[in-house]
Design a protein. Structure first.
Length: 233
């Protein structure tokens, strides 16, 4: 039987979903609260992980060990890395990589964790397809893109740093949790997808744009996620 773990880094990113779910139990662990119940008739566990890669990885491991989730969805906001992708648009992960891991001196690729045997963490193709279709149905007014999510423990608000990330990793958007969630999901053999609504352009305007667009972006992402969970078989 499916049980879907839904992770948002901030309360804003999970509040809407929690208000729509039927809550059966709340479990506190590692400074997180795991809301277990159903959303659109589907068993789910919804949790605010906190910001950053360590919080995100720990969160996935708890979902795997304590709740035996069958799928992981990460919902939230991000900064655009592609000029085609504007504020308010949606990015669905094809894969995820770290932009702040550097062991190149030992012959590894930029972003590659030593001895892991991979740099990219590939999202589940079926979840990607379902997420893109769900966006068209739940948010028909928005543009949806499928591509790389690039993650690190930095809020990117500097044009030069943005250009470095684009040159080295490509990518459609940048944020602070996706690759760690993908990493932990892959190690636990759990299908995952990352859904990001664009809140800023990840450049010198980001600090001003983010507060203005954060709430709407998070709500659009939550609407897509609620629609998606009912489609997962």
């Amino acid at each position: 039987m499916k049980k879907i773990g839904i992770i948002g880094a901030m309360e804003l990113e999970v509040d809407t979903l929690k208000s729509q779910m039927e809550i059966k139990n709340i479990t506190a662990k590692a400074n997180m609260e795991f809301y277990e119940g159903s959303l659109n008739g589907t068993p789910v566990v919804i949790v605010r992980s906190g910001v950053g890669k360590v919080n995100a990885g720990i969160c996935v491991q708890i979902l795997a060990d304590l709740f035996s989730v069958t799928h992981v969805i990460n919902t939230g906001v991000a900064g655009s890395l592609d000029s085609r992708i504007d504020i308010g648009d949606i990015v669905i992960s094809a894969d995820a990589v770290y932009h702040d891991v550097d062991a190149t001196i030992f012959g590894y690729l930029p972003g590659e964790v030593p001895q892991l045997g991979r740099r990219e963490f590939t999202a589940d193709p079926d979840l990607v397809t379902l997420a893109a279709a769900s966006c068209q149905e739940a948010n028909p007014h928005l543009h949806v893109f499928t591509g790389r999510v690039v993650s690190g423990d930095q809020f990117i608000s500097d044009k030069a740093e943005k250009e470095r990330i684009i040159k080295t990793f490509g990518g459609y958007c940048t944020e602070m949790e996706g690759a760690a969630i993908a990493h932990a999901a892959v190690l636990n053999a759990i299908p995952f997808v990352i859904i990001r609504a664009i809140s800023d352009k990840a450049d010198d305007s980001a600090a001003m744009a983010y507060p203005e667009f954060e709430r709407k972006a998070a709500q659009d992402c939550a609407r897509l996620t609620a629609h998606l969970v009912a489609k997962i078989q």
